[in-house]
Design a protein around this ligand. Structure first.
Ligand code: PEP
Ligand code: MN
Length: 335
């Protein structure tokens, strides 16, 4: 249930509504909106009697929340969430491009790729320091050393950095270095990690689980918002299907569905969806056409030597051409 206040409602009237909600044993969550304040009613078991709040001073209307993901839903917050990182915004009309290698391998590798992607117009640098690998014998990432390299890339290029946190015990460390903390597909339902992300001061990039429905994904985001962090970016990265012509199947329809269901920004990672470099360009352009708020693309200057995901990493020249096409495609929708 959502109690929507009049746009002229006073702070006292808002406080009074909050008290009335809490007096009845529910939790009130105030959501500042562009025009007016709304107050969500949470932790109700069964339905709430709307007439209890409808007649209170300053109340415009009481709307039922029909979705299980309450705070994530558009019913709860009709206007888009805009996430600010320095001068950048994610979730508005602009398109954000995140790019970089799968894993940070060395300072030289990271700086080389960062300079390439920055000159092509990438806004945010990506790179894993803690890598979730299928095999324990594969390169696991440089750990804290990788985070230090990311900090250096940020200092030298001015690009904010996004990197993955794999477990609860390294959260503080990753949060200290990252501008955006990524939760990967394999951890989408790691609920203790999600709760910790909800206490973070940094925005969270939440990837869709490889076999998660959109409802499960939005419920995962709900954990983060429920703990107090409303800065969540959703990332579609393909789901596991029966096909073998690509690593995963990019679910383009997730973009309009998430945009309709939620106020949170949605970006697309075509690289992990494709697994094959040739498919990255068409999937990127399709995502922009479907009005994703951004893209996350793997790029490597020497993909044959990459320690992970070389086959899906674009060469810098390919990324440069792709950025030009992305901008042209986005201009068509930039009303
Ligand atoms: C990644 O972005 O480096 C990654 C491991 O992606 P995913 O969690 O989508 O597999
Ligand atoms: Mn990768």
């Amino acid at each position: 249930m959502l109690v929507v206040m009049n746009h002229l409602a006073t702070q006292e009237q808002i406080n009074y509504v909050v008290e009335s909600i809490e007096k009845r044993g529910y939790t009130a969550r105030t959501i500042p909106g562009g025009e007016r304040v709304s107050i969500g009613i949470l932790y109700n078991k069964g339905s709430v009697d709307a007439s209890l709040f409808q007649a209170l001073p300053g109340v415009k209307e009481v709307i039922p929340i029909t979705r299980p993901y309450k705070q994530v839903s558009r019913e709860f917050k009709p206007d888009n969430t805009i996430i600010r990182i320095g001068n950048l915004t994610i979730g508005g009309k602009n398109l954000i491009i995140m790019a970089g290698p799968c894993a940070i391998e060395s300072e030289k590798q990271a700086m080389t790729i960062a300079n390439h992607v920055a000159s092509s117009g990438a806004h945010i640098f990506r790179g894993g320091a803690f890598k979730p690998r299928t095999s324990p014998y594969s390169f696991q990432g440089l750990g804290e050393k990788g985070l230090q390299i990311l900090a250096k890339v940020r200092k030298e290029t001015g690009m904010p950095v996004v990197t993955e946190v794999m477990d609860f015990q390294n959260f503080d460390l990753v949060e200290e270095y990252a501008d955006i903390v990524q939760i990967g597909t394999r951890n989408m339902q790691n609920f203790s990690l999600l709760r910790r992300a909800g206490k973070a001061k940094k925005p969270i990039l939440l990837k869709r689980g490889m076999a998660a429905t959109i409802q499960e994904w939005l419920m995962a985001a709900e954990y983060i918002l429920e703990e107090g962090n409303t800065q969540v970016i959703l990332c579609e990265r393909g789901v596991r299907t029966f096909v073998n012509h690509s690593r995963n199947t990019l679910d383009i329809s997730a973009i309009p569905v998430v945009r309709k269901e939620s106020h949170l920004p949605i970006i697309v990672d075509p690289s992990h969806a494709a697994g094959i470099r040739d498919q990255v360009e068409p999937l990127s352009l399709a995502s922009v056409a479907a009005e994703a708020h951004g893209l996350m693309i793997e790029v490597h200057h020497a993909p044959d030597e990459a320690l992970s995901d070389g086959a899906q990493s674009l060469y810098p020249d390919q990324f440069d051409i792709l950025c030009k096409k992305i901008r042209a495609m986005h201009a068509l929708f930039d009303k």
